[in-house]
Design a protein. Structure first.
Length: 71
């Protein structure tokens, strides 16, 4: 059974920003498909990509923006 995620879900799981997830799809580092007007990511390919990066200590890409809260 295939298991597909939205790019938003993939972003949440990986910690990468949406733009970087889309860049990984274009670079064919993770498997993606166009479904209607949005892109989906194959969960298995994302998890393999993340485990490979973790094994090699390569967490690159844009980091989440830390927003300051008003007090």
């Amino acid at each position: 059974m295939e298991d597909w995620l939205t790019t938003f879900e993939a972003s949440h799981i990986s910690g990468y920003e949406l733009d970087y997830i889309r860049k990984l799809i274009r670079a064919r580092k993770i498997l993606g498909r166009k479904w209607g007007q949005s892109w989906q990511v194959d969960r298995k390919s994302l998890m393999q990509f993340l485990s490979h990066r973790e094994a090699h200590g390569e967490k690159r890409g844009r980091k989440p923006i830390k927003r300051r809260t008003k007090k």
